[in-house]
Design a protein around this ligand. Structure first.
Ligand SMILES: C[S@@+](CC[C@H](N)C(=O)[O-])C[C@H]1O[C@@H](n2cnc3c(N)ncnc32)[C@H](O)[C@@H]1O
Length: 245
């Protein structure tokens, strides 16, 4: 098995858990709504989802091209986010759901994104957000590291050989703590919101059992809405939109 095939193993496990967990399906449905709200239907070109995993977003965005590193029957295409098989300036949006924190060299990805996106084209990122309350959950209960103090590789090219990379804290560090000033160079961050999601954290995600029944979801989502006023304390997820010059 190559290191990257770890992703394919996780996709298979996620598929099993998705089918048996209606709670997770409902929570993801609310996440997808947030993503769709950032789509600009006026932009010319197709929408491409990178790292689609088990491919559920496509049910909500049927016109999107679903892709991932490995071919799976439910996907449209196998491709690498660093090397996209699309013509220059042919796409309107790139959507990455829980994928950005797997990109060891975000600038190398942005370079490729800039090539394929049309003028004013958008990248939409949905990611873990590290706050005082979500840090212990992501840090202790999830197998991927938060990597709060690891250097982030800002090279324009991808280091080889390829390996499995995960750093759940990267979106928080780059888009909210603004650890690297003026980053991402040449892109406009038109949206960066972190929000509470105890409904997600307590659902156990793909890998752990849920700590509450589906019937309690509306009440917990209501609490999330209130707690989202204090993202540094209670944030757990974030949505970021970048616009190409
Ligand atoms: C945590 S999973 C998220 C899957 C799916 N988006 C979801 O939300 O269920 C991360 C996904 O990113 C994909 N991925 C990681 N690095 C990638 C890259 N360089 N190009 C394309 N996909 C990548 C993996 O194969 C995996 O399916």
């Amino acid at each position: 098995m190559t290191p990257l095939e770890q992703h394919q193993l996780e996709i298979r496990e996620n598929l099993r858990s998705w089918d048996s967990k209606p709670l997770l399906q409902k929570i993801y449905s609310s996440f997808y709504e947030r993503i769709i709200a950032l789509i600009d239907p006026q932009l010319p070109g197709r929408i491409v989802e990178i790292g689609s995993g088990i491919g559920n977003l496509k049910a909500r965005l049927p016109g999107a091209i679903s892709t991932d590193l490995f071919a799976n029957p439910w996907l449209d295409l196998a491709c690498d986010g660093y090397d996209l098989p699309f013509k220059d300036h042919s796409l309107s949006h790139l959507v990455l759901f829980d994928v950005f924190h797997h990109l060891r060299a975000p600038n190398a990805f942005l370079r490729e994104a800039r090539r394929v996106l049309t003028r004013s084209g958008r990248i939409i990122l949905f990611e873990p957000y590290i706050s005082w309350s979500s840090f212990p959950v992501y840090g202790l209960l999830h197998h991927e590291p938060v990597a709060r103090r690891q250097p982030i590789n800002l090279a324009d090219s991808l280091p080889r050989p390829r390996d499995y990379y995960a750093a759940q804290g990267n979106a928080t560090r780059l888009f909210f703590c603004r650890e690297i000033s003026h980053w991402p160079d040449g892109w406009t961050v038109f949206h960066a919101r972190a929000f509470s999601s105890f409904s997600y954290l307590l659902s156990g995600g793909y890998s752990r059992p849920a700590l509450y029944p589906v019937a309690c979801l509306p009440a917990i989502q209501h609490c999330d809405k209130l707690l989202s006023r204090w993202p540094r304390l209670f944030g757990a997820r974030c949505l970021v939109g970048l616009r190409r010059p």
